[in-house]
Ligand binder design. Structure first.
Ligand SMILES: *[C@@H]1O[C@H](CO)[C@@H](O)[C@H](O)[C@H]1NC(C)=O
Ligand SMILES: *[C@@H]1O[C@H](CO)[C@@H](O)[C@H](O)[C@H]1NC(C)=O
Ligand SMILES: [Mg+2]
Length: 256
């Protein structure tokens, strides 16, 4: 704090800075916690919580904090989620444009909250503030009515145009293959090179171990994973993550 203060004072004393118009006054960092004299300092800032979730600083969380239900709901249903998703897709497309594509090149897509969206289910169930209910979630999945995430779909179309092979890799169990195929097609994903669902050898394994093991096998069999997109860090971490990874926002649940 002392150092910051002296830098601030030094800057203020500099004549060259004072002569110029200064749009922003630089203050040393002020304490913002309970020690602050400012009123209305919340224990949980939902924006800070979401940022920490997206950056993988907070892990293994069970449910969205109750006080953030409204915040997460507004984020997911409002424009920001779509704008954030578009930013991810645009960055991925820019990267893909620069690739010298070969026949071995593949791009791994996660499905839930990446290619298709469970937002209608979560909107009806507290936006992640309620504990996971396998019964009702599975019933919703089996309806096969997940809407498409339009930004990821745009990336998918561009990659096909560039000649990159699309591989869907999902934590959904293999007994959900036909409804998953139907829902992907209904969402506008009409073709793919591979669709890999979680088989019994991996049941009980973490998403991270399952997905990274499958990716390693893909690379050993000759594919080059040039890109990998998912809403969970467990889609993107571990061995053979792919040359570049892209994280789609998801403040509603955590899968390790
Ligand atoms: C889970 O969902 C089912 C089906 O909607 C419901 O009957 C059940 O009460 C729910 N379980 C809990 C713990 O909320
Ligand atoms: C992708 O990663 C592999 C292995 O890490 C490397 O050999 C290859 O050069 C990379 N390709 C590109 C296009 O960066
Ligand atoms: Mg997912």
């Amino acid at each position: 704090m002392l150092t910051l203060l002296s830098i601030f004072l030094a800057l203020s004393a500099s004549p060259s800075l004072c002569d110029r118009p200064q749009p922003h006054v630089v203050h040393p960092l002020r304490p913002q916690t309970g020690f602050s004299s400012r009123p209305n300092v919340y224990a949980v800032s939902c924006l800070s919580w979401r940022l920490a979730v997206e950056t993988d600083n907070i892990r293994n969380w069970d449910v969205v904090p109750k006080e953030c239900e409204g915040y997460v709901g507004n984020y997911m249903l409002g424009r920001q989620y779509r704008m954030d998703s578009a930013t991810v897709a645009n960055a991925a497309i820019e990267y893909a444009k620069g690739l010298k594509v070969s026949r071995r090149d593949a791009w791994v897509f996660d499905i839930d909250e990446t290619s298709l969206s469970n937002l209608p289910y979560y909107a009806a169930n507290g936006f992640g503030t309620m504990p996971y209910n396998a019964t009702s979630f599975s019933a919703w999945t089996l309806e096969g009515r997940l809407p498409v995430l339009p930004e990821t779909h745009r990336l998918y179309q561009e990659l096909l145009r560039f000649g990159i092979k699309v591989i869907f890799l999902t934590g959904r169990a293999q007994d959900q293959t036909s409804i998953t195929v139907a829902n992907l097609k209904r969402g506008g994903y009409h073709t793919w090179h591979k669709l890999i669902l979680k088989g019994t050898p991996y049941s009980g394994e973490t998403a991270l171990l399952y997905k990274s093991t499958v990716r390693t096998k893909l690379e050993k069999s000759g594919y080059r994973i040039v890109g990998n997109i998912g809403d969970q860090w467990s889609d993107l971490l571990g061995p053979t993550p792919g040359n570049r990874t892209f994280k789609v926002p998801d403040p509603m649940y955590y899968l390790g």
